[in-house]
Write a protein that binds this ligand. Structure first.
Ligand code: SAM
Length: 288
């Protein structure tokens, strides 16, 4: 028998997650969006969906007690950079690092504050795989979408309602700013949905794993900030006709809308991403 079986047995030799949670007193905190995944079939399914991982440097946000982290390592990830804000989890994660052959790098800190560009400069292109803390999932994704060249893919757990908005098509109720922001530069694909009971503690709603893959080219040419401005103005008053919603944006919204082939009486939720890009180009031109 080796002196330290855990060091020689790899991730599979670690104690079960429930033991780790009990040993480190990791009672879930709502303020940190803590809904843990303890079912190995589920963590493995997420890790496999993100694969193959042999050449991937995975950025995991919120590893918590380390369930998904273990699955990512077991699926052969080249490296996992795990960013965790809850200091109580760090000792548990160190235990995983000890049997991870130097592949697990733990970063203690706030995912909203870390310098992603510096991480990418150090480790190379990143693949984000995470069961995200639901309270900051949207701001995190918006931030990443603005630095898309640092990433090759995202496989992320969201509340299903957010996943629906990410993947929504024009004409649907869920279609809005988030749909345009995500789909302008990524292919968005919902992969599978999990019921509340899959998590500990169980949240109130279902969750969906979504894959976002950066496109080679965006779905339409536009300046990102101007596009965001037009989309925000259009959806800011989503019940209004566009010619009214865009009054503060364009000098003559009716003429601009007609010029790009959008009915001035249409509402924001019916406009395609390409249509919003055309409006953004018009606004850039108007501003010279
Ligand atoms: N990955 C674990 C799992 O699947 O069981 C935990 C997922 S849990 C939904 C979200 C995790 O994100 C928690 O561990 C929480 O402490 C962490 N977290 C919350 N806010 C964070 C932040 N701002 N930066 C980094 N981690 C954060």
């Amino acid at each position: 028998m080796p002196d330290h079986p855990a060091e020689t047995g790899g991730v599979a030799s670690l104690p079960p997650l429930r033991e780790i949670i009990a040993a480190h007193g990791l009672s879930a905190r709502r303020s940190l969006g803590q809904n843990f995944l303890l079912d190995l079939n589920i963590t493995r399914r997420i890790a496999r969906a993100a694969g193959p991982l042999e050449d991937a440097t995975v950025l995991e946000i919120g590893p918590g007690p380390g369930g998904l982290t273990r699955a990512l390592l077991e699926e052969g990830a080249k490296a996992v950079i795990a960013v965790e804000r809850d200091d109580r989890c760090l000792a548990a994660l160190e235990q995983v690092a000890m049997v991870a052959d130097g592949r697990l790098h733990i970063v203690a800190g706030d995912a909203l504050a870390i310098d992603i560009a510096a991480l990418a400069a150090q480790y190379g292109t990143l693949r984000v795989v995470a069961n995200l803390p639901y309270n900051i999932s949207t701001p995190l994704l918006i931030r990443w979408l603005k630095q898309l060249s640092l990433f090759d893919r995202f496989v992320l757990m969201f509340q299903s309602e957010v996943a629906d908005r990410l993947a929504a098509e024009p004409g649907s109720k869920a279609y809005g700013r988030l749909s345009v922001a995500a789909q302008w530069r990524c292919e968005v694909r919902p992969l599978f949905t999990l019921p509340p009971r899959a998590f500990t503690p169980a949240p109130k709603v279902c969750s969906t794993v979504v894959e976002l893959t950066p496109r080679d080219l965006p779905r339409g040419e536009a300046d990102p900030e101007i596009l965001e401005e037009v989309v925000a103005a259009a959806f800011g008053q989503r019940r209004k006709m566009l010619r009214a919603a865009l009054k503060g944006t364009f000098a003559d919204p009716k003429a601009v809308l007609t010029g790009v082939g959008i009915a001035p009486e249409a509402r924001a939720e019916t406009v395609s991403i390409e249509g919003f890009c055309a409006l953004a180009r018009e606004l850039a031109r108007e501003r010279g």
